[in-house]
Write a protein that binds this ligand. Sequence first.
Ligand code: SF4
Length: 63
Amino acid sequence: MEIGVDRLLCEANAVCVGLAPDVFDLDDEEELVIAPGPVPAGQVERVSDAVKACPKNALFITG
Ligand code: SF4
């Protein structure tokens, strides 16, 4: 599983960061940062929850 974000939709409200902080973060400019590469197996459930919970539907699964 890999994750992408539509930056035009993301409003940096950190909902995903709260659900999967090992994969999502906000940088100093309030831009969402996603850990590079495939989502580790142990994080897949948390990341799936974050994709569903994003209030802007900005996250998508790329593979
Ligand atoms: S939950 Fe959605 S809108 Fe909020 S920071 Fe994450 S991707 Fe952006």
